[in-house]
Design a protein around this ligand. Structure first.
Ligand SMILES: [Zn+2]
Ligand SMILES: [Zn+2]
Ligand SMILES: [Zn+2]
Length: 268
């Protein structure tokens, strides 16, 4: 397995971003925080995982630094766990969220939410300020300072997988103005185009997750369920958000997927 110094340095930064997220969240949720000994809840998760997987006996002992060795097979594992989780979730509940999912396909939902969150602030709305008319980057509220730092730390580190959207802003190429159809089935750089939603995905996702305690806690649980949110389990939020995730038929990434998820939850 190849692992050079750059990767390791990047990993350390990832962990910083993770820790910022975990520390900021401060929710009474079920799980331990970076650097702590595993809580019962997290250990419980591990036991479950171990029962399901015979080969990964050493998983438990992996420390943060070795987490950088996360490779493709782990990514696949994560995807499997995630898909299973989604299946389980879909079965019993007929929630309003699912109504909305039927009403708007993911891509249409994404378009609408991007347009909205260019001028909405999760921190202010989470604090009960009502409609905000600014985004979290423009926010004056003291609490937004740490949120902005977290966003910045993640944005400095995030790398989107190939073919997962615009690599500057993370938005699918069919939406981002930096791109135009190449007349075949792909996209090329638009001559005068720019990312009209640069920073909106991350600003909204992190702003909502940290601005709304209850939603942030649910998101944390969701990430933990796929092994992302606990530094000791070796996968950082940043790596996860840059990974491929197809949205309907559109090439996209987990950042877009999580943005859609959290905005749907908020809209319930
Ligand atoms: Zn934990
Ligand atoms: Zn604000
Ligand atoms: Zn873009």
């Amino acid at each position: 397995m190849v692992q050079d110094g750059n990767q390791r340095a990047a990993k350390d930064k990832h962990n910083e971003a993770d820790q910022a997220l975990v520390q900021l969240r401060e929710t009474p949720r079920a799980g331990c925080e970076a650097g702590e000994e595993r809580c019962d809840v997290c250990r419980g998760d591990e036991v479950e995982e171990e029962e399901g997987e015979e080969e990964e006996g050493e998983e438990e002992g992996i420390e943060e630094t070795e987490a950088a060795e996360a490779d493709k097979s782990e990514g696949e594992e994560m995807r499997r766990a995630f898909e299973q989780q989604q299946r389980e979730r879909q079965a019993p509940q007929q929630t309003l969220t699912q109504h909305r999912q039927q009403e708007f396909g993911d891509v249409e939902w994404l378009r609408r939410q991007l347009a909205q969150w260019a001028n909405r602030c999760g921190v202010c709305e989470g604090a009960g300020e009502g409609s905000s008319a600014h985004n979290v980057r423009q926010c004056w509220r003291v609490e937004s300072r740490q949120v902005k730092e977290t966003i910045k730390a993640i944005e400095e580190e995030i790398k989107f997988d190939k073919w997962t959207g615009c690599w500057w802003c993370g938005v699918p190429q069919e939406i981002c103005h930096r791109w135009e159809s190449n007349g075949r089935r792909g996209y090329q750089r638009a001559k005068a185009g720019n990312c009209q939603y640069r920073g909106v995905l991350m600003g909204a996702l992190i702003g909502i997750a940290l601005g709304y305690r209850e939603i942030g806690s649910q998101w944390h649980g969701r990430l933990q369920a796929v092994g992302v949110d606990d530094a000791g389990l070796g996968r950082s939020v940043v790596e996860y958000l840059g990974k491929k995730r197809v949205l309907e038929t559109v090439e996209s990434n987990q950042l877009v997927g999580e943005f859609c998820w959290i905005t749907r939850l908020l809209a319930e």
